[in-house]
Design a protein around this ligand. Sequence first.
Ligand code: FAD
Length: 474
Amino acid sequence: QPALVLLRDDFRITDNPALHAAINSGKPLICLYVHDAATTTQGVVKWWLSKARATFAATLQKMGGDLAEISGPATQIIPELAEKLHIDSVFWNRRYDLSGREQDTHLKSTLQDAGCTVHSLPGRLLHEPWVLRTGSDQPYKVFTPWWRALQKLGAPGRSLPAPEKVTFFPWPDDLKNLIFKESEISLPEGACDAEKEWLCSEETAHELLETFLETGLTHYSTDRDRPDKDGTSSLSPYLRAGLLSARQVWHATEAVMRQKPHLADQGWTFLSELGWRDFAWTQYFYYPDMATKNLRSEFDHMPWRDDETLFNAWKMGRTGYPLVDAGMRQLYATGWMHNRVRMVTASFLTKHLLTDWRKGEKWFRERLADADPAQNAMNWQWCAGTGVDASPWFRIFNPVGQSEKFDPSGEYIRQWVPELRALPDKLIHTPWQAGGDLLRHTAVTAGKRYPAPIVDLKTARAHALELYKNLPQN
Ligand code: FAD
């Protein structure tokens, strides 16, 4: 009798608890992915997950197996398959979003009723969302005490090594008609640099981690805020597709901290960022509508502006504010944006343009290769001031000040906004101050004109503060 392993967003051979437990059961394996319309993704991340699936399947093939793909409602199609193949044990790594949880609960009881043993394991996070609780047994709402509790609790258990030998159950010929061949997922319009930016494999993820720990960690605390430097790990798409586990990142970082004690502070700063990922999932577990509902209800009364012209200018990087435009163009072309710039662009959209954060959240969800429902929703609510542990509304990033501070020589801006490349450093953050001749010259060299600012920062800021003052305070 075969054991069934369901893969969802955990496309790795190493440190994959469901795969590992299924191998240890001693039964021949069937590894399965179900294309289920109820849990599908869209946009760049859909493309990225399909690539991750393909590289995982290729690894299984090298080991003598394969990843079977079928299509249909998982809660119906898996029990049918289990019956046809006399499967008596099923393994998966847990999901924590509401629809995934509901689907898995349903599936588990159907399979158990049919006499199957179901093993649902923790594989996605450092710790399960319900593990860390406050002294009064409540979920944490604030990051800092949650992080202290996580540091105290310590590392999750040891990472699991790559399996040495796996026996696979051959997919029966009479069920070959069930195999679903997905047509190639193409990238959405404009994402022309995503393919060369993101090499998709488990090995690449480990190489990136290693390189970052060898070279990037030394200056992480300062360089992580600099979009003009290669100061962060770029691991987010790999963590999203589960090509790498959070616990592998944790242990590898701790090992470096032990070997090089002078890097301990940098290491903890990096691990605390990884901690934000778990914290986001903890919040999402307790607030499953976090992507659509203000966690601070006074914002239900915010008179958001519904101006498609302004929103489109933001989406396409045509706001007239160079750092905002550089970030939005990086996102559009590569499926990724630097964290500092994500914060600046989100603050600009919600506070200067007074656009509902949910529109920005949706755009990021479509365009990010690392688009993750919990991390995206929590961060948007953080930036908009609507979340439980959020940056307050009156903290309005000045896109010019942020640009001068974090991209001082304009290197990042020049990379993404060719219309401004020829400007001297002192004008790169405020191109509207350049004389007409200079702007005409830069427009001619780049083949297009750079727009004038779409809002006045001072007026927009004052208006945003005024509107907030008038909200009914809870
Ligand atoms: P590093 O600095 O190397 O950090 C290591 C890992 O820690 C990251 O890969 C990520 O998993 C985690 N991490 C770092 N910062 C955060 C954070 N603020 N919140 C949660 N986890 C974090 N990240 C996503 O993975 N998916 C998203 O959909 C997403 N949407 C965001 C939307 C907005 C508006 C903002 C401000 C941030 C968002 N982030 C999101 C968080 C953060 O920007 C990215 O995780 C980070 O830029 C990824 O780059 P890195 O891997 O080089 O990060």
